[in-house]
Structure formats: structure tokens, C-alpha cells
Design a protein around this ligand. Structure first.
Ligand SMILES: Cc1cc2nc3c(=O)[nH]c(=O)nc-3n(C[C@H](O)[C@H](O)[C@H](O)COP(=O)(O)OP(=O)(O)OC[C@H]3O[C@@H](n4cnc5c(N)ncnc54)[C@H](O)[C@@H]3O)c2cc1C
Length: 306
């Protein structure tokens, strides 16, 4: 980690996730043309955000050169003194708790989280609370009228966030850092949109689906542990939803292949456990209808608040 990144450091960072290597690559060459796809880009975003850099996938994807990234990383280098109210964690309090499914709880945070009101659909915050010393990323669902923010959390006993979600009480203090950006759906004309999300990514899926318009046709493959975890996905779009009750890649892929329309040009968004997302991303990239128009949000990293 460095607070003042230089070209050699950046070279080593990118090479760490892109074993193809960068030898001979000039500062103005388009890295996406060289094979740095959205999955690798997301790995870099996670890596840099967890080191405290204020960069996001959208920004890096818009300027995909070594020179562009160096500028963004320098501008977003960890600062010991963030501007009050605009950066760094804010403190908020749990107002309400609602059990959405047996293993998903909705936690509503008070209006001190109002700065999240303008967050893009699917944006996330880094959350810390009692027992969660290392911040965890969670999707935020802002309510601009009230300034309140919902976070929907998987309850499990394997890690601090899952345990906190299982025992959270009204009045609990929560530190939120963000909002942090997420990749936009690939632009340009699309006849349909495929969205694939596993259990912890259901909140992000709900936000993405809710943001689709009445003219959109969408196919969702939701990977959840069992029928009790299936949630409704309100949207204006023409939506087909398929639930899959196993995280194994092959059944998910079969469900995707069966569900996507046989005609037209598609685009895709994938989110969830890192290895599954990588495997699905590689398989979907080969679908002619998608022609590589696929963005991925691999979960599983545990970034720390700077
Ligand atoms: C952009 C982004 C947005 C996210 N949004 C949300 C969200 O809105 N809601 C949400 O719940 N999660 C969300 N996640 C995922 C969440 O941040 C991670 O699952 C987090 O690592 C879980 O933290 P933990 O402290 O419970 O477990 P960790 O400390 O990360 O892991 C400890 C152990 O728990 C296991 N584990 C982790 N998650 C689960 C699980 N769901 N079930 C069973 N075992 C598990 C791990 O495999 C590991 O063995 C998001 C992640 C990202 C990257």
C-alpha cells in the first residue's frame, strides 16, 4: 500500500491481476484492448479500495490507461484528513429491523445517512459496527425523502457481518463509509438484460432490477439457498425470474442458457461469490448474444475503511 503511487508501483499492481504482463505497454495504451476485462478490473478496484484509495470501477473503466489510472489513484490516495461530511465514515443508528426471509434481515439506518440519497442503484457502503472491526461492503437502499437508508444483510454465523445481522438491535451504532460506485450496465442498444446474483448479492440485484424501465426486458437468475430465500423483485421492466437453489456453477449456467432469449442482443451483470462470478463471467463472455457485454461484481473481499 502506498499513499503516493508511482508508475513502478502501478505496473506491479496491475501485473498482479493480469499475468499477461505489461512489458512494453505505453502509458496511453488502452488496457481494456490488451485484455484487462471487467472481472480483472473489479479485482483491481477491490484491491485499491481495500488499501484506502477512493477509486471506483466506473472511473477506472472510463480512463483505461496506465497514465489515467495513475492520475485517478493519486487523486484518490488515502487521506488522513477527509473533508467533514463528504468523505470518510459517518455514524448512524439503527431505527428499525425487519426480517425479510429466514436468513435476510433489513436494517434501517437513521437520516444521518442522508448523503447516500444520490447513490447510484446498487451502490455500496463499507459498514462497521460493534464486533465488525474490519469494514464489510453492503449495498445501500437510500430513501431520499426521509434520508434513511436500508441495508439488507444475510444472517449467518461464519463471520462478523453475518453474526451482527443476526443479533442487531434498535439503537445500535453503525459507521458507514461511502457511497462507493459500482459498474454500470454495458451501454448501447440491448434487447434484453441478464442479471445473475447469489444470496448476498440479492440486495444489489433488487436495486438493479428496480432501476430498469418499462421498455426493458430482463432475465434474472437468482442463486439462493432455498425457496424461503426467494424474494419478490419489484420493477417496471418485463421480468422473467428463475431461482436456482445451488451455488454450483454448472446448474447456474444451465439455468442461464435456458432462460436467456434466443434472439436479440443482450448485456449482463453478475454479482456474488468471487469464484462463481469468475467462472460464470468466462462462460458468458463466450455467448454470441452477449458479445462480451458483461460486467461483474465479485464479492468476498473484506476491505478496510481507510
Ligand atoms: C459491492 C458489495 C456489496 C455487498 N452487499 C451486500 C449486502 O447488501 N448484503 C450482504 O449480506 N452482503 C453483501 N456483500 C457481501 C458481504 O460484504 C460479504 O459477504 C462479507 O464478506 C460477509 O462478511 P462476514 O463478516 O459475515 O464474513 P467474512 O468475515 O467475510 O467471512 C468469514 C466466513 O464467513 C463465510 N461467509 C461469508 N458470507 C457468508 C454467507 N453469506 N453465508 C455463509 N457464510 C458466509 C466466509 O466464507 C468465511 O468463511 C456485498 C459485497 C460486495 C463486494
Amino acid at each position: 500500500m502506498t499513499a503516493s503511487p508511482g508508475p513502478e508501483w502501478l505496473h506491479a499492481e496491475v501485473t498482479a491481476v493480469f499475468p499477461g504482463g505489461l512489458d512494453g505497454v505505453g502509458p496511453a495504451e488502452d488496457l481494456l484492448d490488451l485484455g484487462i476485462d471487467s472481472v480483472r478490473l473489479m479485482l483491481l478496484v477491490e484491491r485499491w479500495q481495500s488499501a484506502g484509495f477512493d477509486v471506483d470501477l466506473v472511473g477506472l473503466a472510463e480512463r483505461p490507461t496506465l497514465a489515467g489510472w495513475l492520475e485517478l489513484l493519486r487523486a484518490g490516495a488515502p487521506s488522513a484528513d477527509p473533508a467533514p461530511g463528504t468523505a470518510g465514515p459517518l455514524t448512524t443508528t439503527v431505527l428499525r429491523i425487519e426480517q425479510l426471509t429466514p436468513r435476510m434481515v433489513r436494517v434501517t439506518l437513521d437520516d444521518r445517512a442522508a448523503r447516500f440519497a444520490g447513490a447510484r442503484p446498487g451502490a455500496y457502503a463499507l459498514l462497521r459496527a460493534d464486533g465488525i472491526a474490519e469494514a464489510r461492503p453492503v449495498t445501500v437502499h437510500p430513501h431520499p425523502a426521509s434520508g434513511e437508508v436500508d441495508v439488507d444483510l444475510v444472517v449467518h454465523d461464519q463471520g462478523p457481518l453475518g453474526r451482527w445481522a443476526g443479533g442487531v438491535r434498535r439503537g445500535a451504532e453503525v459507521l458507514l463509509d461511502g457511497p462507493h460506485g459500482v459498474p454500470e450496465l454495458p451501454g448501447g442498444p440491448a434487447d434484453w438484460t441478464l442479471l445473475v446474483a447469489d444470496h448476498p448479492a440479492q440486495p444489489a440485484l433488487a436495486a438493479r432490477v428496480a432501476a430498469l424501465g418499462a421498455a426493458d426486458r430482463a432475465v434474472v437468475v437468482a442463486v439462493v439457498p432455498d425457496a424461503a430465500e426467494e424474494q419478490l423483485l419489484p420493477t417496471a421492466a418485463d421480468l422473467t425470474t428463475v431461482f436456482v437453489h445451488t451455488g454450483d456453477v454448472e446448474p447456474v449456467l444451465r439455468a442461464v442458457r435456458a432462460a436467456v432469449p434466443g434472439t436479440g442482443r443482450g448485456r449482463a451483470w453478475l454479482a456474488g461469490e468471487r469464484h462463481r462470478v469468475h467462472a460464470l463471467g468466462e462462460a458468458l463472455a463466450a455467448l454470441p448474444a452477449l458479445a462480451g457485454r458483461c460486467v461483474a461484481e465479485p464479492y468476498g473481499a473484506v476491505p478496510a475503511v481507510a
